[in-house]
Design a protein around this ligand. Sequence first.
Ligand code: AMP
Length: 392
Amino acid sequence: MNAKGSGSLDALDLANRRVLMRVDFNVPQDDKGAITDDTRIRAALPTIQEVLKKGGKPILMTHLGRPKGVDEKLRLDPVAKRLGELLKQPVTKLGDSTGEATEKAAAAAKGVVLLENVRFNAGETKGDVELAKKYARFGDVFVNDAFGTSHRDESSVSGVARLLPSVAGRLLEKEIAAFGAVLENPKRPLVAILGGAKVSDKLLVIDNLLAKVDALIIGGGMAYTFLKAQGKPIGKSLCEDDRLDVCKAALAKAKEKKIEILLPVDHVVAEKFEATAKSKVVAEIPDGWMALDIGPKTRELFAATIKGAQTVVWNGPMGVFEMEAFRKGTETIGKAVAACSGLTVVGGGDSVAAVELLGLASKIKHISTGGGASLELLEGKALPGITSLALK
Ligand code: AMP
């Protein structure tokens, strides 16, 4: 996984060229359509500003939400407005992303252009080639800066990249470099921390990481299927019984490779999955109780391993961090990652949300902008949005 073959913005002469750019402006909005978090728009600013500085004309496209056809609530006008405020210059928002009249309007407009939501177009998510050809007419060159959608083989992502000279934008480049530094020749020890609800979502990640890491920390809901696989009592904790064999196989593989898998040694258990449920710390989970966070000894154990790492990658919370009573584990591990002097990479929607909630974001070296895309990289997969890039 790298930007090989794709070159970078440095390789393109952008002066007076129409630079068609796929960005990920899939921002959260409230009921009235107001943007509640503009992180994704901000993340694309360096590339847009660089294109402008080099005399290119940025013509941006993105999806927003999951519309089935044209959906008035998912038009990009609020996004264009916010982008204009951040760039401190007007943004021309056009009414579609495929029409010939729109293509002319895009070429004639001054400054930055934003095309309408690409998911209004039938065939976009299926990677329709005819649709990609329509997009390609808007640009002389193509820049992919949408890491968050780069695991998708869609018309506006990989489809158009196959048709135009195409390179990675600065955000995509940064993501590729960060995950490359974790997955290819990392500074050791390399420690991976996995958490979150389900083992089944992370099976391929576990398998791929076991070939690379020095230690694998497993917390969160997914830890209890592993503990059950070791024959330990887990009470009413989350468990995927159909994954017990895979967990056993992963534990055996780790043992054979002399890779340490660290699992919780104590727990914060509750009687119910409720913020105010009665809770206590236990070394062994009693019948009728469920573990909703890692306990104090586990926090210490995990934090000590993180402290000694030169490279850390973290995906998934250690407990039900949304409820204050079960946040301590995620908080302690977040603080340990923040304090680690090595390369620290956090990916995945919930761990990023936790890091932000805890006010630790500025202390993490790289916070990924793509949940699904970062998981696929950790699974060892090549992303179509990256492999499709080439100067041609
Ligand atoms: P994921 O989307 O797989 O990363 O899972 C994140 C979710 O897992 C969060 O909403 C957490 O509340 C939840 N979670 C973490 N630990 C536990 C646990 N011990 N029991 C139940 N849910 C958990």
